[in-house]
Write a protein that binds this ligand. Structure first.
Ligand SMILES: [Zn+2]
Ligand SMILES: [Zn+2]
Length: 414
């Protein structure tokens, strides 16, 4: 579902409507661009219809929104599901278990220091809510299937608050005005809540290159901004814009587009994977293991843009297995044909074991060992790979990775 958020411009105050996935705010009135940064999940509210005088009496009930892909590795294989859902984080009689279609039927407001009323605390662990939302039990298939690994990959979780109004004897939905539950029935629930926490406030970062002061390039939903003046790449971290390691594999004259992959170097000691040769052996790839592969550190190649689960697995597996065919990487140079990065490196790390499972020619040698496997010495580099235009597809010539153009467009709205 598409969620729209109403956001005042920090410069001129003009109201801007953006998508919940947008990180880059461009003001159509004054032209100022800002990158949104938060210390934790984004928090939104459904707009309540209450008088100014009543606003201090509002109670905000938390719902968790998860949008992303869930992958499960079981003895029956790899299964996945695209999930987009809201779930109650404060279960109480009278409150709906989910917000259903409401978040996309209206524009949400972003919470800020001027948000009034009190906020009920999340009383269920986010992980429990996610497992429930994912319906893990259905997804793992027939009873008795052994679950070896599960991963949530995609956008992070955000909070959407449902505003409630307390009358003398009832709790009322402040969006619809409908009474929800009699107060006497919920007397045992902690309804005190807490005021807006200043740590929830988002920050607006200037989109100027911290190194040279040039204006950074990027579109609404991109997570990495590039500087075409000094050829650097930046992502939003806890301390503002942080420079990330970024390389490019230059393509031939027929290159139409460059797609980013997170190249993640790891050791998986419990699975005896240190080098690329170890990986090829462990996953039982056909063909001869070359001697020089023993000196190549193991890298997983994870798409740095959102894709449907099936294509995500296939692209990650193909580039990972065929990485030795790629030309050498060079220092990044910014080109107009760089496709935006929409999957952050932290999310990509969640995909390591899923891509390892997808690469296994003999699942028995890999799946049962995933649970206890811990990746060590992780370092990640963003690498742009060249793709050529072949009718309906983008094709990476060295690795043979094919991504349909229509799917890439779909990924932008995922
Ligand atoms: Zn403005
Ligand atoms: Zn610069």
């Amino acid at each position: 579902m598409k969620i729209r958020v109403e956001q005042p411009c920090p410069q001129c105050g003009g109201l801007i409507t953006l998508q919940a996935s947008d990180r880059l705010l461009t003001c159509p009135y004054c032209g100022v661009r800002n990158f949104l940064q938060a210390n934790g999940p984004f928090r939104y509210g459904l707009p309540g219809k209450v008088d100014t005088a009543e606003q201090d009496r509002l109670l905000h009930a938390p719902y968790l929104r998860f949008k992303g892909n869930i992958f499960l590795v079981t003895d029956a294989g790899i299964s996945y599901r695209v999930v987009d859902t809201t779930r109650d984080g404060f279960p109480m009689p009278g409150l709906p278990p989910s917000l259903g279609m409401r978040p996309q039927a209206m524009k949400l407001v972003r919470l800020n220091t001027e948000s009034r009323g009190r906020f009920l605390r999340l009383s269920v662990k986010a992980k429990v809510i996610l497992d429930k939302a994912a319906r893990i039990n259905d997804l793992s298939g027939k009873r008795g299937n052994e679950l070896y690994h599960r991963a949530y990959i995609g956008e992070n979780v955000s909070f959407i608050y449902l505003p409630l109004l307390r009358t003398d004897d009832m709790l009322v939905d402040a969006v619809t005005g409908r009474p929800l539950v009699a107060l006497e029935k919920i007397a045992s629930f902690p309804l005190k809540g807490a005021p807006f926490n200043p740590r929830w406030q988002i920050n607006f970062l200037a989109t100027l290159c911290p190194r040279c002061g040039w204006s950074l390039d990027g579109e609404g939903d991109c997570l990495v901004l590039t500087c075409s003046n000094c050829d650097t790449a930046w992502q939003v971290g806890a301390a503002g814009l942080e420079r990330i390691s970024c390389k490019i594999v230059s393509g031939g004259a027929d290159t139409s587009i460059y797609l980013g992959f997170w190249k993640i170097s790891v050791h998986l000691p419990s699975m005896k994977i240190w080098s690329f040769a170890d990986f090829m052996e462990r996953t039982n790839q056909p063909g001869i293991i070359r001697r020089q592969w023993h000196d190549r550190v193991m890298n997983f190649w994870i798409p740095a843009f959102k894709l449907r689960p099936k294509i995500f697995l296939r692209a990650g597996r193909q580039v990972t297995i065929n990485q030795w065919r790629l030309d050498d990487e060079q220092e990044m140079h910014v080109l107009p044909s760089l496709y935006p990065v929409t999957l952050p490196s932290l999310e990509a790390r969640q995909a390591l074991k899923v891509i390892l499972a997808a690469s296994a020619a003999s699942p028995k040698k890999v799946f049962p060992y995933l649970h206890g496997a811990h990746a060590e010495n992780i370092s990640s580099t963003l690498v742009f790979l060249p793709f050529i235009d072949q009718n309906h597809d983008w094709v990476q010539p060295q690795t043979g990775t094919v991504i349909a153009k229509s799917i890439l467009r779909f990924g932008r709205s995922l």
